[in-house]
Design a protein around this ligand. Structure first.
Ligand code: MN
Length: 302
């Protein structure tokens, strides 16, 4: 049994974020980055907010398509309405997960509620492995997730299995996701699966991971082969998300809102979106125009 003072068990890669804007809300993007494209099948990681705004001036993301992935939204503060081309209309509130499986194709919108004045969330994408990358689209809302306390920290299991719990989101490859939230500070040793690779993104406050300090919007990539992690959350309100998974076995291409295993798949999806193909269906009830894809890179053709 080691203690929080144990020296680092392996070098930690410190990944810094780049800033962007999604639907009018500033975000910090951690993956994909030059330093790290994936953690298991987790292939995209945005930290949205924390952001405050005038009621009515919150996030608005118009109709846009996805293929080959699951979008995984973890809401920390604020409320967002999701609509999709399967006819789902679902508000996501703090402590809840929305999981949209794009598979062969789906379109959706996301918007802050009219009276809302805050947003703090993470949005992740999970790449679907080749046998499932063209599966039928689906949407699932998960209002309740396993949660427990450890050494002054509240842990919420977002995805996969851990500590005897299994989270409800349907996954297509071995993954785990855990939210760690502490107001008064906490130190713990968490067992890990040595076949998984792991990363920790600090969302609020400060964390110390195997003796190294990480600030908000720094992603610590821990790699493979670890049996445990020593994690401290600083007092005064610290929150982090632990992501892990079996290294993904195939190449993944990400272009705009598409994830594919070859350029042709992605070029076909873009063509189908631009020509209004029934593949992506129609999102009803959103007041605004659909999003336009940027031009494909040269040589990406059907
Ligand atoms: Mn989307």
């Amino acid at each position: 049994m080691s203690t929080p003072n144990t020296p680092p068990t392996s070098p930690i890669l410190r990944i810094t974020s780049r800033t962007a804007e999604v639907g009018g809300i500033p975000i910090h993007r951690l993956m994909p980055s030059r330093q790290r494209r994936m953690i298991g099948a987790w292939c995209f990681l945005d930290h949205a907010g924390p952001s405050t705004f005038e009621p009515g001036a919150g996030m608005r993301v118009g109709p846009h398509p996805h293929i080959g992935l699951q979008t995984f939204t973890w809401m920390i503060k604020g409320e967002v309405l999701h609509r999709d081309s399967l006819g789902n209309k679902q508000i996501i509130r703090p402590g809840q997960v929305n999981l949209m499986t794009a598979g062969h194709g789906i379109a959706h919108t996301e918007e802050s509620l009219a009276q809302e004045d805050t947003l703090h969330a993470t949005q992740l994408w999970i790449a679907l492995p080749p046998p499932d990358s063209h599966c039928a689209p689906a949407f699932d809302h998960h209002p309740e997730l396993p949660l427990w306390s450890l050494n002054g920290c509240q842990l919420t299991l977002l995805a996969g299995s851990y500590n005897g719990y299994t989270a409800p989101p349907k996954l297509y490859s071995p993954l785990v996701g855990i939210d760690l939230n502490s107001t008064a500070g906490s130190a713990m040793t968490l067992p890990l699966d040595s076949e998984f690779e792991y990363g920790v993104l600090t969302l609020e406050g400060q964390t110390i991971i195997n003796g190294q300090a990480f600030a908000v919007d720094e992603l610590a990539y821990l790699g493979l082969g670890l049996h445990e992690i020593n994690l401290e959350l600083a007092p005064g309100g610290s929150r982090a998300i632990l992501l892990g998974g079996l290294p993904f076995s195939s190449d993944v291409l990400i272009w705009w809102n598409f994830v594919g295993h070859n350029k042709t798949d992605i070029a076909r999806a873009q063509h189908d979106w631009e020509t209004g193909s029934e593949r992506f269906g129609t999102v009803h009830g959103y007041d605004g125009p659909p999003l336009t894809a940027p031009p494909l890179p040269p040589g990406w053709t059907i």
